[in-house]
Design a protein around this ligand. Structure first.
Ligand code: FE2
Ligand code: FE2
Length: 193
């Protein structure tokens, strides 16, 4: 398998395979794994925008990811992680403004993500004729660039602060809620017999 093929196969499995359920025991790691998957998404979208050509399997993987997992992750942050951060942050953390900006980005990225879903579904129907149109390629690149910046801020500022401030109880509740949102059982820690 050449390197390009290998990168493509790895990208498809990153998009298709959620982190293992056991990682919900350390939900911040689960969130970081999702960030890694989103970075993969950005790389795939950039490539899609740059090269003419139609790759049905890859497009289907992107489409499914944007329709399900991408949205779940944003809800994890908006409904659980960010409210916990607001509750636990110390005043010197000065985190309110950053969280506010990230939330605005979540809203505007959702709009772009929906347009990308629509465009990719259309491309599948048209069997890739003329894919990607120049305007659609610009949308893919813009979304990838914005999303990369968003991930940098979350990984550099939010995640280390979450590790420092959230309590064990917070983390358990966060993991339970993320599990429920995905319809999977929370992995109870096994006790030694
Ligand atoms: Fe995130
Ligand atoms: Fe986010």
């Amino acid at each position: 398998m050449d390197r390009l093929q290998e990168a493509r196969t790895m990208a498809i499995s990153a998009l298709r395979e959620p982190p293992p359920a056991v990682q919900l025991l350390s939900p911040l790691d689960y969130i970081l794994s999702d960030h890694f998957r989103q970075r993969t998404l950005c790389a795939v979208l950039d490539k899609m925008a740059e090269a003419a050509g139609f790759d049905r399997e890859l497009i289907e993987a992107v489409l499914d990811f944007l329709k399900s997992e991408f949205g779940l992750h944003v809800i994890d942050e908006e409904e659980d992680l960010f409210p916990l951060m607001r509750r636990r942050a110390m005043s010197e953390d000065a985190i309110d403004e950053v969280l506010g900006e990230l939330s605005l980005e979540h809203a505007s990225d959702r709009v772009d993500a929906d347009r990308i879903v629509e465009g990719l579904a259309g491309a599948l129907e048209a069997n890739g004729a003329g894919f990607p149109a120049p305007q659609f390629a610009r949308l893919l690149k813009r979304f990838a660039a914005k999303e990369r910046r968003h991930l940098i801020v979350e990984n550099a500022i939010i995640m280390p602060l979450a590790r420092a401030r959230l309590t064990d109880d917070d983390l358990r509740n966060l993991g339970r809620r993320m599990a429920a949102r995905r319809g999977i059982d929370y992995p109870e820690k096994k006790h030694a017999v």
